[in-house]
Design a protein around this ligand. Structure first.
Ligand code: PHE
Ligand code: ZN
Length: 849
């Protein structure tokens, strides 16, 4: 049953399940290779359904026995599960199955990680635990009994009873099977408490392997902050007596929002200053909040079907972004979000894997946990809020929560709440969910006697399966800056709905400069003619931090593209403008660090491709390197003073401390190009925190130095898995283009390399795919190596294999030789006997470009 012929599922085919579930009782008798799962489920006919077929999903299960209303039956095995004849009215289904968690390397269903039992059920993993209608629109209350000799045994909801060798849990909130969780193992907890706004006293725990207790305090604080934030910002409070978080080492994703029992990839929860960078701290805070926020957006109100995934993910990402902005800096956070969006979502939207935020079909739903569903999904919420305003946004959310609590709903239901509170028609806005591709927004301006006219034309390039595109609703936030640098018109949101549309600003004294798409008010590509002086002017005077940064970015990007395609030296205007920002002490150091960051090689390759040329990875790499050198020389006189100003004697992973370190580390990377590594070596030697230690090591590696330090780092951290992931990753990320593949290959021979741990696999191969010039080295060795390992990994973990195959999604950008090599690797993968459904779908889509 496992190797079912890939079948395409369509949104338009949705029909409700023929039965409702009153209650679910599960008993687990834990055993590494022979766990018994005994289920007792009370079904009743669903009055809203016409199809009365009684079909239960089930995969990789050994059925021991089945009963209906206490009588033994023999169900009919069918594709992906079983069928049975059932009575007319309500009935009780009972089954006993056997599963083998120890041999479950796919990390979906019940599996073992470092000796501990744990589950991952989203999206369709519960069917590997027992026979069940494993679809999100079937919601039920669960009672779970766990029998075993593990010291700690957890499930969803509140603890019911426990005794020698067993525990029982009861979750009073109806939930779909994908939110089920069980964890059992030798775990220790970091406990705390939280009192909700209505006075409920909640026990909080972060459960970890013995030895990791000291790495929980930061995550716990983030959890409490998130709980308080959701009460204050959305009026949502927690609804159980206990909230558990567990850290596991082997996990396909970042974390999972199982009701009352969140399971985390240990890399997304364990934090200490010795082992975690500032970026790690920030990410951990965001993910803890994200999973917690799912309690309302995802769990209490869930998705009718998996096509609605963005209903919970886009909204929850938007919520965690706002939380992080409130905790740190909105300006810095927004720029980081846009960087991510462009690097991952725009990249996806521009290639063969482009799909709508709400897809209309899929083969394997695990392949749709994408940047488009998550990040573009969040952008849609942000646009909706901008269009209806803050107050109506909150009212719409309140109505949505009130109306749909306890239900499994659709995007239509979400939007209807906002239509009802505002009286607005959101029909055109809804296209953001159905139309794939990144809209291009062309702007031109005219100045006439005190009136500025901005004219916009929108168009979206074709994407797979969608050749015709319609105009979308685009909120364009605009401000005007007068010639003396003062803002003459504050931020105004223009609402574009036509293919082409003009907006006028009247009664202006002198011709102002327009600051357009402030705060990145829509996920579009703005095309606008602007000379370097105007950009430098806005970089100096814009009041909108995102646009200020954007101007610096455009200056450096154009400069780099010119260096690559026209062999010109770096432009002085751009270098001066960056230096001015760098030394402007009125600006947040975190912001200055972002301005100093150069566009990635991948970004440059796409830009060159979009301009109608074929990107040459080696040339791009060389140009970026030479710009870094020019920049280092250009700012060398200010480096020593700046460095001193940015000292952070005590490590605090907050916005202020991390911002100063970000800038100091960016400067150190430049200095390392000039001082032969002296300053970086000194910092490495005295570092008392991972941020300083890894930044200094990376600066050395990027300059072709640091071999002794790499050895010292390994010696110091060989017993810490998460830090060793960094060690593996850094060497590949910073390998010279001609050494990337051989470095990765050598690291796979290291005794601590294992293909079974997704974090370790990603450390090496994610880094290889991310080393643009190395991955696309002309000999094709990196393509070949990645393909070899994807073929290996597919037998073990299809989900991670399929996700990593996205490394090839940009192949059509490159020259015929590279395209030929990639095509043959993709075809080789596809020809692998028994290739998983996950990887088959992804590689097929990539190849169809
Ligand atoms: N729902 C999880 C999240 O967004 C992601 C996830 C999906 C985790 C599938 C595991 C498996 O937080
Ligand atoms: Zn999520």
């Amino acid at each position: 049953m496992k190797d079912a012929a890939p079948e395409t599922i369509y949104l338009k085919d949705y029909t409700p399940f023929g039965y409702q579930i009153e209650s679910v009782h599960l008993t687990f008798r834990l055993h590494p290779t022979a766990t018994r799962v005994i289920s007792k489920i009370a079904f009743a006919p669903n009055p809203e359904a016409t199809d009365k077929r009684f079909f239960l999903h089930g995969e990789e299960l050994s059925l021991i026995s089945a009963k209906i209303n206490g009588e033994a039956i023999t169900p009919r095995p069918v594709e992906g599960g079983l069928e049975a004849d059932v009575p007319e009215g309500p009935f009780v289904w009972e089954a006993e199955v056997e599963i083998s968690p120890e041999t479950n390397t796919a990390l979906e269903g019940l599996y073992m990680s470092s000796g501990m039992y744990c589950t991952q059920c989203e999206a369709e993993g519960f069917r590997k635990i027992t026979y069940y209608p494993d679809r999100p629109d079937v919601m039920a209350t669960f009672t779970v009994r766990i029998e075993g000799d593990q010291p700690v045994m957890l499930s969803n909801g509140n603890p019911l009873t426990s005794g020698e060798g067993f525990v029982e849990w009861h979750d009073p909130w109806p939930k779909p099977s994908y939110l089920f969780a069980l964890v059992a193992g030798n775990l220790v907890n970091h406990p705390d408490r939280f009192t909700t706004q209505s006075g409920r006293d909640v026990e909080l725990n972060i459960w970890v392997r013995p030895g990791d207790e000291g790495k929980c305090a930061f995550g716990m604080q983030a959890l409490k902050d998130a709980m308080a934030w959701d009460e204050k910002t959305y009026g949502r409070e927690y609804d159980l007596d206990i909230f558990n978080i567990v850290a596991v080492d082997d996990f396909n994703m970042g974390a999972m929002e199982n009701k009352g029992l969140n399971v985390f990839n240990s890399s997304c929860v364990l934090a200490s200053k010795e082992t975690s960078t500032d970026a790690n701290f920030e990410r951990i805070e965001g993910i803890i909040a994200h999973e917690y926020f799912h309690n309302w957006t995802g769990n209490r109100i869930t998705c009718r079907d998996w096509f609605q995934l963005c209903l919970k993910e886009g909204l929850t990402v938007y919520r965690d972004q706002m939380f992080s902005g409130d905790m740190r800096s909105h300006a810095v956070k927004r720029i980081e979000e846009v960087l991510q969006l462009r690097a991952r979502q725009f990249r996806e939207d521009n290639g063969p894997l482009a799909h709508p935020v709400r897809p209309e079909s899929f083969v394997e739903i695990n392949n749709f946990y994408t940047a488009t569903v998550y990040e573009k999904g969040a952008e849609i919420i942000g646009m909706l809020r901008r269009l209806v305003g803050d107050e109506a946004y909150r009212k719409g959310c309140d109505l949505y929560f009130e109306r749909h609590d306890g239900q499994a709903v659709t995007i239509e239901d979400w939007l209807k709440a906002f239509e009802d509170v505002t009286g607005r028609d959101l029909a055109q806005f809804k296209q953001w969910y159905s139309q794939a591709g990144t809209p291009r927004l062309k702007m031109s301006e005219a100045w006439n006697d005190g009136t500025l006219t901005l004219t916009f034309a929108q168009s979206t390039p074709p994407t797979p399966g969608q050749s015709e595109k319609k105009p979308q609703v685009i909120p364009i936030a605009v401000g005007l800056i007068g010639p003396n640098g003062d803002e003459v018109v504050p931020t105004t949101v223009l609402e574009m709905t036509e293919a082409e549309q003009s907006f006028t600003f009247e009664g202006l004294g002198a011709r102002p400069v327009a600051s357009v798409l402030r705060d990145f008010s829509a996920p579009v590509i703005l095309e606008r003619e602007m000379d370097d002086d105007t950009r430098a002017f806005l970089l100096a005077h814009d009041t909108d931090p995102f646009q200020k940064w954007e101007m610096g970015r455009m200056l450096t990007k154009d400069m780099l593209v010119a260096m690559i395609t026209a062999d010109v030296p770096p432009a002085e205007t751009a270098l001066d403008a960056i230096k001015t920002v760098l030394t402007d002490e009125s600006l947040d150091p975190a912001f200055r660090a972002l301005v100093l960051g150069l566009p990635s090689e991948d970004d440059l390759a796409q830009t060159i491709f979009d301009a109608g040329q074929t990107p040459d990875p080696a040339k791009i790499h060389a140009a970026r390197k030479s710009l870094r050198h020019a920049l280092a020389l250009h700012v060398s006189d200010v480096l020593p003073t700046l460095g001193r100003q940015l000292e952070t004697p005590v490590f605090v992973p907050d916005a202020d401390g991390s911002g100063k370190r970000a800038l100091r580390h960016a400067l150190l990377a430049l200095e390392t190009l000039l001082d032969d590594g002296k300053a970086a070596r000194a910092l490495f030697a005295r570092a008392d925190n991972m941020s300083d230690q890894s930044a200094s090591l990376q600066a050395l590696l990027a300059a072709g130095l640091g071999q002794d330090e790499i050895k010292a780092f390994e010696k110091q951290w060989k017993n810490d898995r998460l830090v060793m992931d960094k060690w593996f990753m850094m060497q590949v990320s910073f390998a010279a283009p001609d050494k990337a593949a051989s470095t990765a290959l050598a690291l796979t021979q290291h005794p601590d390399f294992t293909i079974k741990n997704p974090n370790r696999f990603r450390a090496v191969f994610g880094a290889l795919a991310g080393n643009h010039a190395g991955f696309h080295a002309a000999d094709g060795k990196a393509y070949q190596l990645l393909a070899n390992y994807l073929i290996e990994l597919d037998k073990i973990n299809p989900q991670t294999t399929a996700r990593m195959s996205g490394a090839f999604e940009t192949w059509k950008r490159y020259d015929a030789d590279r395209q030929g090599m990639i095509r043959s690797e993709l075809e080789r993968i596809l020809a692998t006997p028994e290739l998983s459904r996950d990887t088959t779908e992804m590689v097929t889509r990539i190849l169809s470009a």
